[in-house]
Design a protein around this ligand. Structure first.
Ligand SMILES: NC(=O)c1ccc[n+]([C@@H]2O[C@H](COP(=O)([O-])OP(=O)(O)OC[C@H]3O[C@@H](n4cnc5c(N)ncnc54)[C@H](O)[C@@H]3O)[C@@H](O)[C@H]2O)c1
Length: 253
């Protein structure tokens, strides 16, 4: 894995949701290695473990509750004095045929995956507008670009996130605020390991999934995190409204 560039984001303050695990935890690590300070948000109390580092404040809460977004913004402003970046990453997964999907499951996915983006963006953007700039990076999925069986509910949330991002980019461009999304292929995190663990031969299924990605493997969280940090950084200053596949060629095929 190539090393991340040296600390060059010392002035940056980022809010990262879903920070206790997988991709979100890798994003926090990549931001910290480049000097950015982070408000790390998660439902999982384990996110508090990140606070052993002075540059991280943890907020425990459900991202679909308005109070969690407000607490994250308040933590960023009171502890670090500013907000430059919002990474909307927290999400739930559901691998189920449409006919077996309950209304509660549908609503739960919409609430966690989509309402959270609305709440966190609405709460964080005023501070960026006041500063005259900022960057939002939303995490969608290849499931939001192509149709995948047993992912009607999950795919609908990820498609919504892709278009939410484009509309946000247009609306906030006059304020110097960029909004982009990344669409990962399969990443080796608990998100994918959990449902696979219920199958008789998870490793064989994982090998099959890897083979559907033209690069012949699934991603490590850090290499997807690098794409998020790139889109959040000044290196992407003229990029907005983009849904960037980080998928080993999955959606190019
Ligand atoms: N892993 C994959 O193969 C894959 C592929 C494409 C896209 N993604 C996307 O990447 C993002 C990160 O997924 P991951 O693979 O790191 O998953 P993960 O399960 O490892 O981490 C997700 C984190 O989000 C938190 N979270 C979930 N619901 C929450 C809520 N309501 N409030 C607060 N926190 C909540 C969880 O506690 C967890 O820490 C998600 O948006 C997911 O849709 C993942």
């Amino acid at each position: 894995m190539p090393a991340a560039p040296a600390a060059d984001l010392n002035d940056v303050v980022a809010i990262v949701t879903g920070a206790a695990s997988g991709l979100g935890a890798a994003v926090v690590g990549r931001f910290r290695s480049r000097g950015a300070r982070v408000v790390a948000v998660d439902l999982d109390e384990g996110v508090r473990g990140l606070e052993s580092d002075d540059g991280v404040v943890a907020v425990v809460g459900d991202v679909s509750h308005p109070g969690t977004a407000e607490a994250a913004v308040a933590a960023a402003l009171s502890r670090f004095g500013r907000i430059d970046v919002l990474v909307n990453n927290a999400a739930r997964f559901l691998l189920k045929p449409l006919a077996e999907t309950s209304l509660e499951e549908w609503d739960g996915l919409m609430t966690t995956n989509v309402r959270s983006m609305f709440l966190f963006s609405r709460a964080a953007l005023p501070a960026m507008v006041e500063r005259g700039g900022g960057a939002v990076v939303n995490v969608t999925s290849i499931s939001g670009i192509v149709g995948l069986a047993n992912q009607t509910a999950y795919g609908a949330t990820k498609g919504a996130i892709a278009n939410f991002t484009k509309a946000l980019a247009i609306e906030y461009a006059p304020h110097g605020i960029r909004a982009n999304a990344i669409a990962p292929g399969t990443i080796d995190t608990p998100f994918i390991r959990r449902p696979l663990a219920e199958l008789p031969d998870p490793e064989a299924v994982l090998a099959g999934i890897a083979a559907t990605h033209p690069l012949g493997r699934i991603a490590q969280p850090e290499e997807v995190a690098d794409a998020i940090v790139f889109l959040a950084s000044p290196a992407a200053a003229f990029i907005t409204g983009v849904v960037l596949p980080v998928d080993g060629g999955y959606t190019a095929a």
